[in-house]
Design a protein around this ligand. Structure first.
Ligand SMILES: Cc1cc2nc3c(=O)[nH]c(=O)nc-3n(C[C@H](O)[C@H](O)[C@H](O)COP(=O)(O)O)c2cc1C
Length: 329
């Protein structure tokens, strides 16, 4: 048993995976999530969230959990109205996305697209931090657009502002989600960061969480994404708890499927969402690639259920997930 105490655990925002249905169902079955980052919301110039956005943001959708909405914008006015609206809804923190690598996002200079323009970032951050908003602002960033050297300048930019926390996902925009995290650059610049720092990226097992906590002494938060989709007991295990049993996983997945079906009003859409979930979940089973193909190919809920049953019956459940989503650069 390690003496290292891993800091508060946050669930990473993941569009299509950690939406309100997942957050609610997870909280009924598993423990350990101190904070949930809501997948990004792009505020429009109209100072009002859309009905669709409100499904994620409504306080009722996040009852009983500490949720942090994330905004994806480069327009000061849009950030300000939406941050105020979130404060009015009772949120105490809003997160700013400087990491999204999607082509449509970066083409508009948002997400990691902003990282190419440090001067524009300074202007934007100056405007939002001087607005005296009634809500704390945290930031989630990558190391840069195409070169790790960019992080020196970005550290200088971020150090100017009184953010609640800077969460670093140590990849470049050009990496998307491939390759390994670039820890050497974070190692070099971590001592220069003056604010509280959160770590995010490639934490798959409790041992990884301990290793990152020891590598970055004093980190304020450990944010975990894909591995939690594979292994819903990961946070519990980091806190010394037991791995998930097959019965627990089965209950959880059943609840998830039913809750997606109720939320979408469509069995077919719920099944598609469960297939996305299974892309990660198969990493908790050995020898699961081939049986998983049947899951992804299934066209009806019955065929889907059969394929899941076959996988569960034939593939040994692992104690920890393996990063089967890993792709070399
Ligand atoms: C399907 C998917 C959707 C994501 N959506 C978001 C998002 O809305 N906002 C964000 O900041 N990051 C998003 N991310 C990135 C994750 O939050 C996280 O930074 C990344 O997966 C690395 O952490 P991990 O190795 O623990 O998964 C997304 C990642 C994936 C795979």
């Amino acid at each position: 048993m390690s003496a290292t105490i891993v800091p508060p655990l946050a669930v990473a925002p993941m569009e299509g995976l950690t939406g309100f249905v997942f957050r609610q169902v997870f909280s009924r079955h598993f423990t350990g999530a101190d904070d949930w980052f809501i997948p990004f919301v792009t505020p429009t110039t109209l100072p009002q969230f859309t009905d669709r956005q409100m499904r994620e943001l409504a306080p009722e959708a996040n009852a009983g959990i500490h949720a942090v909405p994330q905004l994806l914008t480069r327009r000061t006015a849009d950030f300000l109205w939406s941050a105020k609206a979130l404060a009015d809804m009772g949120y105490d923190e809003v997160n700013l996305n400087f990491g999204c690598p999607a082509g449509t996002v970066v083409a508009k200079g948002k997400g990691s697209g902003f990282l190419r323009e440090p001067e524009a970032m300074i202007r934007f951050l100056d405007e939002i931090f001087s607005a005296d908003l009634p809500i704390a602002i945290s930031v989630k960033t990558r190391l840069g657009w195409a070169s790790e050297d960019e992080f020196d300048r970005l550290v200088d930019v971020y150090n100017r502002f009184p953010m609640k926390r800077l969460t670093v996902h140590p990849r470049l925009k050009s990496d998307h989600y491939k390759g390994s995290v670039r820890l050497e650059t974070l190692d070099r610049l971590y001592p220069s960061l003056r604010m509280k720092v959160g770590y995010n990226g490639d934490v798959v097992t409790p041992a990884d969480a301990v290793a990152m906590t020891e590598r970055y002494p004093g980190i304020d938060q450990m944010m975990i994404g894909r591995a939690l989709m594979a292994d819903p007991a990961l946070l519990r295990k980091i806190r010394g708890g037991e791995p998930a049993t097959e019965a627990e996983l089965d209950d959880f997945r059943r609840d998830l499927f039913e809750s997606y079906t109720a939320a979408f009003g469509s069995l077919k859409n719920a099944m598609m969402r469960m297939k996305e979930y299974w892309f990660y979940q198969l990493a908790l089973y050995d020898e699961s690639e081939r049986p998983a193909k049947e899951i992804f190919k299934s066209k009806t809920p019955e065929a889907f259920a059969d394929a899941v049953r076959r996988l569960v019956e034939t593939c040994p459940l692992r104690r920890d997930a393996r990063a089967s989503w890993y792709k070399p650069l």
